[in-house]
Design a protein around this ligand. Sequence first.
Ligand code: BG6
Length: 496
Amino acid sequence: MTDTASSSHFVPVTAFDLVVFGAAGDLSLRKLIPSLFHRWRDAQIPPDSKIIGVSRTAMDDAAFRTLALESFRKFHPGEGIESTEWEAFSSQLHYVELDAVSDVADWSALAGKLEGCGDKQRVFYLALAPGLYGAVSANIAKAGIKCPGARIVLEKPIGKDLASARAINEAVGAVFDEDAIFRIDHYLGKETVQNLIVLRFMNSLFEPVWNANAIDHVEITVAEEIGAGGRASYYDTAGALRDMVQNHLLQLLCLVAMEPPLDLEPDTVRDEKIKVLRALRPITTENIRQTTVRGQYGKGASDGKVAPSYEEELGSQSEIETFVAIKANIDNWRWKGVPFYMRTGKRMKARYSEIIIQFKDVAHAIINNDGEDLPPTRMVIRLQPDEGVKLLLVTKDPGPGGMRLRYVPLNLSYAEAFEARYPDAYERLLMAVVRDDLALFMRRDEVEAAWGWVDGILSAWTKDKTPVHDYAAGTDGPAQAAMMLDRDGREWFDGV
Ligand code: BG6
């Protein structure tokens, strides 16, 4: 069935005041304000709601509105925007100049814009460095603007290891209850990531074969074409493991591997995800070189141009990884002996995120495929771009000439099947906060369990002095990542 009608349904939200700390920063201007504008255009933002930007930059409301519009145009170059609609939307945008960490004494301008505690929902969004989350939360409380029911949104990364994540969670938890803390992992807001749950649990076909009896291995690839660029100074304190694996890739792994939840209540799903995180086999100094590969991009070609090396972008030498590949094992009944290979990197040959479920070979081949191995059944879940799901099957090449075999996809392309706009993940997540729906956000124990596993890798890398291999920009990453699978008699699937 093809749904050619528009399938957009917007759940109404009640009026809210959203305070964005770090409003002049990249996340706010690139993602948050444009997402709010899109939802305003879809008539989901009640007219008496306010979006209040806060940062240290000296600006008034008018200058902030102009900056927001310029940024919108820069980040959405193909999208037309009428001046009347921007004027109407931006009348709901406000600005307060404030150093939210040091200016403890004077929050009166912000309090003035918020106009006391009324019926409106209140949301504080911390688009700031995680090290500031505790101090800003405390100041929100001191300033007397944390009305009953107020929520706080925290961007990833929550810390840089388990100890710092715990400290941040403690400090924020001293002011906000756990059910008022929304920890963002924007991958959970992506359309196709949500569809993973539907695909697995709302189709009776898959669940009986979703286990070690039928599945050979799983691959999760999140490849980016962009480099660290202007974010290199932050990136150099993190690297691919902390920036991408601890959160996005592990969340994807959880959704593929978890047991069926009873329903989609936030805690039911999160209870299942945490069981997966706890079942991840620790990576130690003994097995670090067999189970992980680190890489860093050198000069190369990207998007038809010469791309600089990471160190050139950073302006100094560095031992941080811009690529990581990991072989993970989940020690439970369902996944015994099924490796989950994950890889992510910057400046790779293309931007794409994909999950491959590779099924086991047929027990006995009744057709001799001209002496060639038969390719296995594979399910390819394409998260971005060209969202869709393919089931790759061996079929008979039609026509005369005997039993010639072909490997072809059953193809569900979202673009062909649905005529919907794919909202940015932040649109869905921002509206979920306003609706008080925690399902798409990470609970404290989840974040800490993920850090616990990642800490093992970080400490093994340090003790083992695991090398960081070079790879040329615009490639698949270092050759050692292919060798890791080759040792297991497998290879990364690169499409047919
Ligand atoms: C962010 C990382 O969380 O995700 C970035 O900090 C990365 O380094 C980005 O580029 C990737 O997100 P997306 O939605 O473009 O896949």
